[in-house]
Design a protein around this ligand. Structure first.
Ligand code: NAP
Length: 322
């Protein structure tokens, strides 16, 4: 990689003189699949991974619905397999986070904390982040009993009581995983019907450690050094009560990580990037794949497919604009 070394002594990012064919932003299933396809098209893609490799899927204990793995596969294991496969064909990885992009001129400019890249095409696959409850106690007790990842933190709750907030697939899947450690897992849902799919609902109903509190929202998380309880409000009666717990796991959906691209490509009011069936955004040469543009499916296999499609289309774009 060619570096402009003149800026090494300053706070300016190092500017690479080479113009890349394709830079992939993010290393979840969409980004790593895009890297694989771009690598096999001999584009030698550069993947700017961000903080972690494998995306949200890597935080899942076991993925049971990714085709080709009849016995399931660990989330982080699947991410490593994606990474190795793309690397085998020439994908390159920089473990760096993007801080700014300039899509107004071609080649496009991508800045990270320490480097500046030029590229003929970009695949945006920066994924999504878990939503917060935004209630008193949540921020101060994060890491002290408040968590957004059962697979990561479940072990800390051996024989403890935990609550799970949310009624979707994530809440039930992670809640079921937490029953391996916790003495009880209580799902707190704001309605009296779950959003989660039938298989998970049945598994949860059959698990003796799983309990449900319906029509209730968490108004506050209590505790000083660690979580001691949650203040619940029944949405039908307005009645408030304190429910003692050692842990609060929040699974109330996600927000796409697209703030950096606002006003640079078109997106909806929730921040999902508009991309057509060819993964093309409003800006020619910029493609989007995975949860940055998918508010509907949010499945590993769908994101991976979108990443492949984005790379195929980026390859065509480069050929047409040679
Ligand atoms: P989700 O499907 O959007 O569910 C979010 C849940 O949180 C809903 O039950 C929602 O309640 C509740 N909620 C939202 N905001 C809330 C708030 N402020 N306070 C209290 N509750 C709130 O999100 P997800 O469960 O993370 O799933 C995201 C996507 O990934 C889905 O498409 C899902 O199918 C997929 N997924 C699939 C699997 C799998 O296939 N095994 C596993 C995990 C996720 P309402 O129901 O009332 O809206």
């Amino acid at each position: 990689m060619e570096l402009n070394l003149t800026n090494l002594q300053t706070n300016q990012p190092q500017s690479h003189t080479k113009i890349e064919d394709v830079i992939v932003l993010g290393a979840g299933p969409a980004g790593l699949s895009a890297a694989l396809y771009a690598a096999r098209a001999e584009l030698s893609p550069l993947v700017l991974t961000g903080m972690s490799l494998g995306g949200q899927a890597s935080l899942t204990h076991s993925i049971e619905n990714y085709p080709g793995f009849p016995d399931g596969v660990g989330g982080s294991e699947l991410g490593e397999l994606f990474q190795k496969q793309a690397e085998r064909f020439g994908a390159r990885y920089e473990y760096d986070s993007v801080t700014d992009v300039d899509f107004s001129k071609h080649p496009f400019i991508i800045k990270t904390y320490s480097q500046e890249f030029k590229t003929r095409s970009v695949i945006i696959s920066t994924g999504a982040s878990p939503n917060l409850l935004n209630i008193p106690g949540e921020k101060s007790l994060t890491g002290r009993g408040v968590s957004y990842c059962g697979t990561c933190d479940g072990w800390f709750f051996k024989e403890k009581k935990v609550v799970v907030v949310g009624g979707g697939d994530s809440a039930l899947e992670e809640g079921l995983f937490l029953t391996r450690f916790a003495s009880s897992v209580t799902v707190i849902h704001r309605r009296d019907q779950l959003r989660a799919g039938k298989i998970l609902q049945t598994r949860a109903a059959d698990n003796p450690k799983m309990n449900f509190i319906w029509n209730s929202v968490v108004k506050e998380i209590q505790g000083e050094a660690a979580v001691t309880g949650v203040v619940l409000e029944n949405v039908l009666t307005g009645e408030q009560s304190v429910f003692p717990t050692d842990g609060v796991f929040v699974f109330i959906g996600h927000t796409p990580n697209t703030e950096m691209f606002r006003n640079k490509v078109d997106m909806d009011e929730h921040g999902y990037i508009f991309a057509n069936s060819k993964m093309e955004t409003s800006r020619p040469g910029i493609f989007a794949a995975g949860e940055v543009m998918d508010s509907t499916f949010k499945q590993v296999v769908v994101s991976a497919g979108m990443g492949a499609a984005a790379a195929i289309q980026a390859t065509r774009f480069l050929e047409e604009n040679e």
